[in-house]
Design a protein around this ligand. Structure first.
Ligand code: PMP
Length: 337
């Protein structure tokens, strides 16, 4: 059955109750496809197949966009409720990215929140989802164009990490250098920055590793291709500082808060590559990565080569917090329904 969506009321209904569907709805009926995924696209809720951007747009040609990867988690209460995690922080970073890239957001953060909620409701998702919310330079301009700025919000079902059988990663130190604040500032979350991530990721895969870890211009550890990095060294949870060519990660800040609460000492400082070989534990963190253990670096085992106890306690705590099982962090959560 094809669903339709009312942008004003936020209610879903079956096409069969409507006298005439939109062109896309009719197409779907004819093709007998599964219900389409709805995307918020330039002010309308459209089936994903209709969310198309011109090949001449600056976002298509130059990666001229800013975006956020956001997660919604099913409530631990099992009541069908879904919670968006740390929306204020995501929208704050989006506005920072806009400012640094000379893009003016047509939407206030309250509007971004409303549109995101409507998009999840349109898809009737009640399980864990990942959302990409992107402001992009549309039209037929060039890399210096300042507008028109448009937006899409694209959700996708994505289950959380299975804490009983977490994935593990083999990492390598990339030969590629991390971009830095004086050329491609890593604190801007823009599509173009991910070309640097791509170089390192492809090299890591070619060489038989799961993921790269970047060093910066000064030879110190920065972050992964799409996630920040923590190590446990002599019992201290340690991570490169916010001025060491990293994205200002929301998960990183969450992990630091949760670690302090667990009584773990947390330090932000420069990290040497050899420390990654000596670390007791190592993990990547990010909205998509959640907390993913790294069990070797350049084929040298991290600790005993298995996810470590501190990583696993933090991951457990993180998953409790995002699914509203820890009351004092419920202010980080925005209910969808
Ligand atoms: N660094 C990079 C390069 C990333 O792409 C991401 C993912 N957004 C992160 C770190 C983690 O950031 P966050 O925790 O806000 O998702």
């Amino acid at each position: 059955m094809v669903r339709s969506f009312d942008l004003v009321t936020g209610s879903c209904g079956s096409d069969e109750t409507k006298s005439a569907g939109t062109e896309a709805q009719v197409t779907h009926k004819m093709e007998g496809l599964m219900p389409s995924r709805f995307i918020w696209f330039k002010g309308s809720m459209v089936p994903v197949e209709q969310a198309n951007i011109s090949v001449l747009s600056p976002t298509a040609q130059f990666g001229l966009n800013v975006f956020e990867g956001i997660r919604c988690y099913a409530s631990g209460a099992g009541d069908g409720q879904l919670f968006a995690f740390r929306l204020n922080e995501h929208f704050g970073r989006l506005m920072d990215s806009c400012k640094l890239l000379g893009m003016s957001s047509p939407y206030k953060t309250s509007e971004l929140k409303d549109h995101l909620i409507l998009t999840i409701r349109a898809n009737e998702y009640h399980e864990d989802v990942s959302i990409r919310l992107t402001l992009f330079v549309d039209g037929e301009g060039s890399w210096s164009s300042e507008g028109p700025i448009e937006m899409f919000i694209a959700p996708l079902k994505k289950p959380r990490i299975n804490v009983d059988a977490p994935p593990t990663l083999s990492a390598c130190i990339s030969t590629w250098e991390r971009i830095n604040d004086n050329c491609f500032p890593p604190r801007i979350k823009t599509g173009a920055n991910y070309i640097n991530s791509r170089y390192a990721h492809l090299e890591a895969k070619r060489d038989g590793y799961d993921c790269p870890v970047f060093l910066g211009r000064n030879g110190k550890v920065t972050e992964g291709a799409g996630a920040c990095l923590f190590m446990v060294r002599r019992g201290v949870l340690t991570t490169p500082s916010l001025t060491s060519s990293i994205l200002e990660s929301i998960t990183r800040s969450t992990v630091m808060t949760l670690a302090s609460e667990l009584g773990v000492q947390v330090v932000e400082r420069e990290v040497d590559r050899t420390e990654l070989h000596l670390a007791e534990e190592l993990f990547l963190c990010g909205t998509a990565a959640e907390l993913t253990p790294i069990t070797s670096v350049d084929r040298v085992p991290v600790g005993c080569g298995r996810p470590g106890p501190m990583t696993m306690s933090l991951l457990r705590k993180y998953l409790e917090v995002v699914s509203n099982q820890v009351a004092r962090y419920s202010n980080w959560l925005v209910p969808i329904y």
